[in-house]
Design a protein around this ligand. Sequence first.
Ligand SMILES: Cc1cc2nc3c(=O)[nH]c(=O)nc-3n(C[C@H](O)[C@H](O)[C@H](O)COP(=O)(O)OP(=O)(O)OC[C@H]3O[C@@H](n4cnc5c(N)ncnc54)[C@H](O)[C@@H]3O)c2cc1C
Length: 390
Amino acid sequence: MDTSLPPGGGRLTGPRTVYTEAHEAFRDTVRRFFEKHVVPYHRQWERDGIVSREVWRQAGEAGILCPMMSEEYGGAGADFGYSAIVIEEIARTNCTGPGFPLHSDIVVPYIEDLATPERKAEWLPKMAAGEIIGAIAMTEPGMGSDLKAMRTTARRDGDHYVINGSKTFISNGQLADLVIVCAKTDPSAGRKGISLICVPGDAPGFRRGRNLEKIGLHAQDTSELFFEDVRVPVGNLLGEENRGFSYLIRNLPQERLVIAVRAAMGIEVMLEKTVQYTKERQAFGQPVIDFQHNRFKLADAKAQAAMFRVFADHCLALHMRGELTVELAAAAKLLGAEMQNRLFDDFLQLHGGYGYMAEYEIGRAWSDARIGRIYGGSSEIMREIIGRTL
Ligand SMILES: Cc1cc2nc3c(=O)[nH]c(=O)nc-3n(C[C@H](O)[C@H](O)[C@H](O)COP(=O)(O)OP(=O)(O)OC[C@H]3O[C@@H](n4cnc5c(N)ncnc54)[C@H](O)[C@@H]3O)c2cc1C
């Protein structure tokens, strides 16, 4: 993996204004961390289908996890820009294995916003330290987009919930020590009967299924999870009973922004690498980039990448001010994921047969990017969300 590219982007649009010097200083820390603790091991993790537990603890020690968590619990109390930098460095190094953003920016906020003070004190410091790894389980074998159709139930029994059902495609599912499970507490009430309940990884009746084989994200564990009469104390409920759907709606824009930020940096980095490759590779006695068709493809890509960078940074700035709307986050995710897939396909083509080889980054980036159009709400669901505002 090549880590020689300049940090922070900005080659396409001039200096970026979304970050401060303090953000960029943090980028140095994150960058050094990735060079030392992630890049050298990533190919092995791809073969293993999972990253090491150790890298999580190392990330905790280095202050890479949960930058937004309040200092009271061991975080840095920082803004989302610090999280975005971690996401960008993952994209820049093409090391998609460590599920840090899912943990820090998707799972932890639910717990920090909605758990009881006792549970926060118990879990959050360990989550910042990388000793507790988080996951969130919405999707089931029979449903993904249509959350109200979920079949997993949580029945109240005295001071406990009893959870039954199964989930699938759960990121961090093998490693997770704490899973936010979305379950029906009132099965007759559709989306108004969903609750979010935390299940510890060692709860009796909780079982992990296969670490699923995927076409990309090979170092990222993605699992089936099974719940058979799993009893958890009612104190593990997040927020209020039956309000889970509204909590999901509130937090999903940040999840979508994570995907958009990753797309913007991924496009920029892979464009740069493709330009380098096509300058070096010769065909019919000239560099591949010298064929007008290829140069025009790359020129189009550069123009689009610049446009998306400006839009993604705009959304980032809005989110840092607490002003990112649901539909704008959906637009950023939709445009970023679709553009990334289209451009990566062109970039791969420009690499010829080498593009298809796993040892070339573009091939892995291409297969890793495919999921961007599906998870966090598919492109079609993003269009639905935007369409409702017309
Ligand atoms: C690698 C990976 C990691 C994941 N991580 C997690 C995780 O950590 N936690 C979690 O809960 N889930 C996770 N998921 C699940 C993911 O969020 C779902 O796969 C996704 O939401 C789509 O749901 P589905 O697969 O059931 O597709 P379906 O909902 O069955 O959709 C099938 C097709 O129909 C389309 N469609 C559905 N509804 C509409 C509509 N109203 N209009 C038009 N088209 C529609 C979809 O866009 C899609 O093209 C992950 C998935 C993968 C592959």
